[in-house]
Design a protein around this ligand. Structure first.
Ligand SMILES: [Zn+2]
Length: 285
């Protein structure tokens, strides 16, 4: 993958691979308390890890064959001004919201879908078809989703579910639900990675010259969860299943050495997973 524009005033990075233009556009950063990560693990085991984690939000955009395909949509107006900057930096990258033809959601957590809907419930990407996993949709719109395997507070989870349900209602006639066995768009193949959420999905992307993997929220930062995939986060809906999926995904990526893109990893989010110590390590590229 060849860099097209590097070191652009922070906000986006562009690459080219074959006929595909590849952008990593930031939505901004959000600070989370350390207790959200490695819940229940004594601080003495966490080494020098910080009291707060600053999470980047990298939006992958592919331009090819007259399509503009965006993966997730950031935080929208809910976390402004530190995040919700996607629209601004898309314009900086020369991508208008009206030109986006497809938005593929890795899952339906608020930091991935809030940017789809503006104040007053208008669609921020008016022409886009929005692809979401059927399993993910079914979970969030159900009457009583099962939160019993999460380490988050039940009241917080219920509140989040009501919010997600509201956003999905606004998006209703734009949604196209997919199964993880479906080929989605030319060169883009979903890979089910349940646990973080029931329909959490990774994507194998063929540029025509190479393949890379969008690993979505497999890891939320570049230290703890690579070294200890089993430590997890309070954001995992099924904590144990997420840990197993994370371990298996990182092992496979370390074995095959493929280029990887991560939504919450340091911008622009590209790198490789390598074997390191007892676990794994993130090697930015
Ligand atoms: Zn996320």
């Amino acid at each position: 993958m060849l860099p097209l524009m590097m070191n652009h005033p922070a906000g986006f990075t562009a690459f080219r691979s074959g006929e595909m233009e590849i952008f990593s556009v930031t939505d901004g950063e959000v600070i989370y308390e350390a207790r959200c990560f490695a819940p229940g693990i004594p601080r003495t085991l966490l080494g020098n890890s910080p009291r707060h984690f600053i999470l980047p939000h990298n939006i992958l955009v592919l331009r090819f064959n007259n399509r503009v395909v965006m993966f997730d949509a950031g935080n929208g107006h809910y976390t402004a001004p530190e995040a919700g900057q996607l629209q601004f930096y898309l314009h900086a990258a020369g991508i208008t919201p009206e030109s986006v033809t497809d938005i593929i959601l890795t899952h339906a957590h608020p930091d991935h879908i809030n940017g789809l809907v503006g104040v007053g419930e208008q669609l921020m990407f008016p022409e886009a078809r929005i692809h979401l996993s059927q399993a993910e949709y079914d979970f969030w719109v159900s009457e009583s989703p099962d939160f019993s395997r999460s380490k988050n507070i039940p009241a917080a989870l219920l509140q989040m579910q009501q919010h997600i349900k509201g956003i999905l209602r606004v998006l209703d006639n734009r949604l196209q639900l997919f199964h993880s066995t479906d080929a989605l768009l030319e060169g883009i193949h979903p890979v089910a990675a349940p646990g973080h959420t029931p329909g959490h999905t990774l994507f194998a992307i063929n540029t025509g010259e190479e393949q890379f993997i969008h690993m979505a929220d497999t890891c939320h930062e570049n230290e703890l969860l690579f070294h200890h995939p089993e430590w997890g986060t309070i954001f995992d809906i099924d904590f144990e299943q997420a840990a197993q999926t994370r371990q298996a995904t990182l092992q496979e990526l370390a074995n095959n050495g493929k280029l990887v893109f991560g939504y919450h990893l340091p911008a622009p989010g590209f790198g490789k997973v390598i074997q390191g110590g007892d676990g794994f390590a993130w090697k930015p590229q």
